[in-house]
Structure formats: structure tokens, C-alpha cells
Design a protein around this ligand. Structure first.
Ligand code: SF4
Ligand code: SF4
Length: 271
């Protein structure tokens, strides 16, 4: 079983073509600029959000908070109330149940992309799901990851995955700890490993104020050496929690500044 935060049936920004994007609940990083911080933790069933629901879509049953998707009006009062970086709006799926959801959409999509939270925390589940989806629906399967799972130790997942989208947040190890709470050795190891295996669709970096963006972009571009796409995302304040706003501020880089950062992705400019 795995806990799913959200399924977007049709997405054209989560890999090539029209794809179903599945967002798993739970993450092992605490990124300061995360704009979906409610995906970080599992709900502890404290019950605080239940009374804030205007339509009684939340109930406590057997000491667990249960969400009624059908009457929820998506006001997000519950998420605003939660002090635990979580949400009651999740659904637990077995591989078969999630497969059935994908099967309904099959005629309209080229593939599925799993994301999060951090989807590789459910690596065993993903291997089973991808095996079934590829065998029975003939769809491509992409993984969008923060790169903290040592993928060289999970060849089963790497082999069954068509391509990965990898976040490289900072190349400086202290800066990585500062903005995520964890070291970046495994992320960088995965960057090299996935390139060697020709399994990278895209590498992504968020360009945020008060980070050494130039250093990260130049170093990543050098390693990638045009072997896959390198996408830069501009920091935006929406959804970012207080500590992130304190570090990165209210305003992200503008278009002109992003163009300059994109110049660093061309390694011929970095010599
Ligand atoms: S988002 Fe849905 S479950 Fe949450 S408070 Fe609003 S109506 Fe209730
Ligand atoms: S979502 Fe948050 S506030 Fe609601 S029950 Fe879970 S931990 Fe408590």
C-alpha cells in the first residue's frame, strides 16, 4: 500500500507528452522553498483540522481522520490548520487499485510520472506498479525524485523506469544541508550514475535568492555536459512556509535574471 496525495490525470509538465502524474505523500527532505509543504509528513491523526472543515468532509473514525473526497470543496482550511506539514486529503492505494485508476485514463496518455513528496520512499511499490503498467498498458514510466535514495542499490527500480527527473538543489554540501536538512552526496552520486545509465530525462534546479545559484548551475552543467535537459525553475513565494520566506524573501528572480542563469547552463560560457 502507498499513500497518494494527488493524481493529475493529464499533465504536460511532468515529462514528455500527455502524462498522468501521481504525487505520493511523505518526503525525507525539508526544503525551505517547498511550495507543497503539506506533502512532507504523514498525518498523525491529531484531529485538529477536523473542526475547521466547513462541510464536514473530515471525520474521526477508529482514531483516524477520514476524508470524504466527494463532499470536499477544496477550501484547504485543513491544510492551513495543520501544524505538522501534512494533510488529511490523502488516499491509500494498493498497486492494483492505482493500476485501475491509470487504466481508465490509458487511451489519452503516453505515460505516467510518479512524484511527491518523495516517491522513491515507496520504491518496492513503484517496481510492482511499473511492471504491471508497462506489461499490461504499454505506457512509459518516469520517476521525479529528490535523489536521496542511492539508486545504484535499487537496480530493480532503475531498470524498470524509462527515465528519471532529478532535482539537484545545491552542489555545495553545507548549503544543501541548510536548505534541505540532508547532505547531497547521494544526489550527486545518482546524477553521475543515471547519466552513465542513460536514464536521465531532465535535471532541475530551483533558482532562489540567497543561494549560490551560479556555482550550482555551472557545476551541474559541467557534469551533464549536454547529455540531458537541464531545467531551471525560478523561486516563487506561494505556499512557502515562514522559514523559507525568511531565507529567500518575497521576490524570486525575474525573466532577465533567469536568462543570465540559463547562460551558465552552456558550459562553453563557464570556462
Ligand atoms: S479542503 Fe476539503 S477536507 Fe479540507 S477543510 Fe476544505 S472542504 Fe474540508
Ligand atoms: S492533517 Fe494535520 S491537523 Fe489534520 S489530523 Fe493530520 S496531523 Fe492533525
Amino acid at each position: 500500500m502507498a499513500l497518494v496525495n494527488k493524481i493529475i490525470p493529464f499533465s504536460c509538465i511532468d515529462g514528455p507528452g500527455n502524462r498522468t502524474a501521481i504525487f505520493f505523500q511523505g518526503c525525507n527532505l525539508r526544503c525551505t522553498y517547498c511550495h507543497n509543504p503539506e506533502t512532507i509528513n504523514m498525518c498523525t491523526n491529531c484531529g485538529k483540522c477536523v473542526l475547521t472543515c466547513p462541510v464536514e468532509a473530515l471525520k474521526i473514525e477508529d482514531k483516524k481522520v477520514v476524508w470524504n473526497k466527494d463532499i470536499c470543496v477544496e477550501c484547504d482550511n485543513c491544510i492551513k490548520t495543520c501544524e505538522n506539514l501534512s494533510t488529511p486529503k490523502t488516499i491509500e492505494y494498493s498497486v492494483e487499485e492505482l493500476f485501475e485508476e491509470i487504466k481508465k485514463i490509458r487511451p489519452f496518455i503516453q505515460g505516467i510520472t510518479v512524484s511527491g513528496g518523495e516517491c522513491t520512499l515507496n520504491a518496492d511499490f513503484l517496481v510492482k506498479l511499473f511492471t504491471k503498467v508497462k506489461r499490461e498498458l504499454n505506457l512509459t514510466c518516469f520517476v521525479d525524485t529528490n535523489g536521496t535514495l542511492d539508486l545504484s542499490q535499487r537496480e530493480d527500480l532503475v531498470n524498470i523506469t524509462d527515465k528519471f527527473m532529478l532535482d539537484v538543489k545545491c552542489m555545495d554540501k553545507d548549503e544543501h544541508i541548510k536548505i534541505t536538512g540532508k547532505k547531497n552526496e547521494i544526489v550527486i552520486k545518482n546524477l553521475h550514475y543515471l547519466l552513465e545509465k542513460d536514464k536521465l530525462h531532465e535535471v532541475r534546479t530551483v533558482v532562489a535568492p540567497n543561494l549560490n545559484n551560479e556555482y550550482t548551475i555551472k557545476e551541474v552543467a559541467k557534469i551533464i555536459d549536454n547529455k540531458c535537459r537541464y531545467k531551471l525553475n525560478a523561486y516563487r513565494k506561494y505556499g512557502v512556509r515562514k522559514e523559507g520566506l525568511e531565507l529567500h524573501g518575497e521576490v524570486g528572480p525575474n525573466e532577465e535574471e533567469m536568462k543570465n542563469f540559463y547562460n551558465y547552463t552552456d558550459i562553453s560560457n563557464n570556462i
